[in-house]
Ligand binder design. Structure first.
Ligand code: KG4
Ligand code: ZN
Length: 335
């Protein structure tokens, strides 16, 4: 039996969780700051850090209480050390270091993206490397070959905006507000995904890279054209057509990667992995190709600490502990 306490403060969620044996979530406490940042149309880094400071201790306390585990019974403390907002990261890291030092427990720094990928092990007990993982969040759109639990190879990436970033920017352009992804997802339910033909960018059959800035500009141009004609825009149709354009490319490139490598398993990770269209299209197309798709339940797709504890467990088993002088690395890369 091993109990890992995970802490996550890289952006606008203050989160703590206790995970047993790498995949059993005993508690998963998330205090979201979305309502505060909504006022500004996006995350304000300094405000995020201050709120993390106010909340982090009570969030950690609640995670331990809900899990019915004392700090003494915890085997290691895992925390996100990048990528993310430096001030926000430092709050979680400082708390984790303090707890580790005071209790003498191992301290484990976790890459946030590795956390997102590991969220899949919580939801699927059968997923094992090697597999192809599509990581789609606010800052990442990567197709990764997961060769082993801690071995990754980059197969494709965005050349401009991340998928989540495109969702957020388009949501702002069509007046839906922040955070854009869930709002577009919701609005799309009443729209026709074939109503407007937005571009799907491809860099040729041997390249798995993405580009989403073109589709974002196409949406903005479409809105201007319709408005200039004095016509009314159907927000659900724009949302559904934009979403489908992004999902088509994400799905096709990821499945092409799995097919090329002869891998039977595909996983999706990151905030955009909670998108209902992406989940259903990936499942539908993969089934036709005989590929199995895994995605975390929505609460483990967006930022949470259970995924950090799950990734921390992989390092704990290998005794890959971090030194107590570990610093925050805002631009930390997985590959
Ligand atoms: O992984 P995440 O919570 O934070 C980062 O590490 O970036 O991802 C946040 C991103 C945001 O851009 C948000 O708009 C997007 O994930 N997102 C979604 C959905 N839920 C969150 N995008 C599309 N559909 C959703 N349902
Ligand atoms: Zn994230």
């Amino acid at each position: 039996m091993s109990y890992i306490l995970g802490i996550e403060t890289s952006c606008d969620e203050t989160a703590a969780a206790v995970v047993r044996n790498g995949t059993e979530v005993l508690s998963n406490v998330i205090s979201s700051q979305i309502d505060i940042h909504k006022l500004y149309g996006g995350v304000v880094p300094e405000i995020a850090s201050r709120h993390h400071l106010d909340l982090v201790i009570q969030v950690v306390d609640e995670a331990l209480k809900t899990a019915n585990v004392t700090l003494k019974e915890i085997d290691a403390i895992a925390v996100t050390y990048g990528p993310g907002l430096v001030g926000a990261l430092l709050v979680g890291i400082s708390v984790a270091k303090g707890l580790a030092w005071a209790t003498g427990k191992p301290f484990i720094g976790v890459n946030h993206i590795e956390g997102h990928i590991s969220a899949n092990y919580i939801s699927s007990k059968t997923l094992k490397p090697p597999y192809v993982c599509l990581v789609v969040s606010g800052g990442h759109s990567h197709i990764i070959q997961v060769s082993d639990y801690d071995k990754y190879e980059l197969l494709g990436r965005t050349r401009d905006d991340a998928a989540g970033e495109a969702f957020d920017k388009v949501a702002r352009a069509i007046g839906l507000g922040y955070p854009g992804g869930p709002l577009i997802d919701n609005e799309s339910k009443d729209g026709d995904p074939e109503a407007i033909k937005f571009p799907r960018v491809s860099f040729g059959k041997d390249c798995l890279d993405f580009s989403f800035s073109g589709v974002k500009t196409a949406v903005i141009n479409y809105i201007h054209n319709v408005e200039q004609k004095g016509e009314k825009i159907s927000i659900p149709d724009v949302a559904a057509s934009f979403q489908k354009a992004v999902v088509d490319v994400l799905t096709d490139n990821t499945l092409q990667a799995a097919q090329k490598l002869g891998l039977q398993d595909v996983a999706i990770a990151g905030g955009v992995a909670s998108n209902t269209c992406l989940r259903s299209e990936m499942t539908r197309k993969a089934k036709e190709m005989g590929i199995t798709v895994t995605f975390p339940t929505p609460i483990y797709c967006t930022d949470n600490a259970a995924m950090i504890a799950a990734a921390g467990y992989i390092k704990f088993v290998k005794k890959a502990f971090s030194p107590l002088d570990l610093n925050a690395i805002p631009g930390l890369k997985l590959l």
